[in-house]
Design a protein around this ligand. Sequence first.
Ligand code: HEM
Length: 492
Amino acid sequence: MRTAVTLYLVPKYPCHIYEGQLPNQADKVLLTNYHNYLGGASEILDWSTCNLTYIFYQRALGKQQHPLMEDAALFLLCSIVFVFLLLKLFAAHKHLPPRPSSSLPIIGHLHLLKAPMHRTLQKLSSQYGPIMLLSFGTWKVLVISSPNLVEECFNKNDIVFANRPQLSSGKHLNYNNTTMATSSYGHHWRNLRRIAALEIFSTNRLNMSRSNRQEEVRYLLKTMYAISPHKGFSFSRVEMKSRISDLSFNIIMRMIAGKRYFGEELDDLDEAKRFRDTIRELFEASGASEPSNFVPFLRWIDFQGRVKGMIALHNRSDELWQGLIDEHRKSRTDDSLTTHQGRTYKTMIDTALSLQDAQPDTYTDEVIKGLIMTMISAGTDTSSVTIEWALSLLLNHPTVLKKAKAEVDNQVGQHRLVDEEDLSKLPYLQSIINETTRLYPAAPLLVPHQSSDSCSVGGYHIPRGTMLLLNAWAMQRDPAVWDDANTFRPER
Ligand code: HEM
């Protein structure tokens, strides 16, 4: 049978044959496909008797466009416009939260963000409302600044928002987003919180490490006493920031590993220095400010070598955490207790190693190293920054300081230091702490969450994969909620 067909070669079919030549096997496949596409017989059986006319369309040479090509292009264009309009219609129908109109291609609203971010977002919220949807590059970011909407996120949609965005610092510094503050909802997530609730933050465990905290406070007071003038009534200038920071690092490190790395009276100066340097670098490298988080193609470039730097830093920190675990493993006794200055107690690593004995697959060294990192990054700066603000507020509000002193004198007396147990008898001191955290929250946007599914908040549609930022700072200074919102007033 003779197959009569005219084939038009288009750029989509890159055949390299010329009029008069017989096609090779690969070209035959392409030509057959195209022949079928034109509605011809299902297969060209006999290529030698086939009447083929090859017409090359090369726009660059200015040759005529075949009408079929024009139809195809027109069809493609119409389809794109149709799909685009359909998507637009669909999005409008979904009723997304308000968005600032100044979004730019590729970067979205990133150009609007100036430090400090919570203040910038508060200004935008005052324009666009307590719920708004921004674009940080390819990320959709939901910004909430109303308590009712927070409740909707964490009550009605608690599981949907239990995920964390997978940022590059989480990937390269936090064991591929498997630590407590970076992992997403699931079995591992639940397991980590179970360990934290039962084995790290239970009342029993916190009571066991109480003497560490008392001892560290005494260390701090001792160093301050040493530099205070003993004769006469003059005052000494004291730099408190670093002292308070040393205090909270030592408290957490003793809880984790029974070691002191900061301030004075250290056991191993070299190790302490290595530790401090690495922790300082970790704090600097953490966070979401890495641009490739939001503009993914930058990941392939890494022109500032940030990812390489993070990987090197991770290797250094991993070595330190592993060193602590190995040290504990070597010196373990049957009851797994650590002794520090004559006192014996169980460190977090001791507890984790006991759990590892029973369930080695669940409590791997990597999980323990993740716990160490989380405790250091979540529990140190947050506490020290809050104490620093509280001191500063007290010094700037002498009447509040006077009232607090009177309360302590009445309830505790002058013969001993205030202890954790006294807190329930000191409501004014508690109000000072609350008012400090209201005005100066240590994490003003909390820690970002991410939606694992689409949901609705405030009547708006929130797409799956949206990052959630809660502007605690804005809510805690909202004049609609608080009288005289920017004033430090523990009596409120
Ligand atoms: C003034 C002191 C502190 C403040 C203001 C603070 C604040 C926060 C905030 C806002 C979060 C994120 C909550 C979220 O959005 O999911 C968080 C999480 C966390 N904090 Fe704190 N924190 C403080 C002290 C501590 C301390 C002392 C520790 C440990 C010793 C600690 C351990 C953690 C952990 C493990 C998480 C992760 C919890 C999770 O992802 O479920 N924090 N903290």
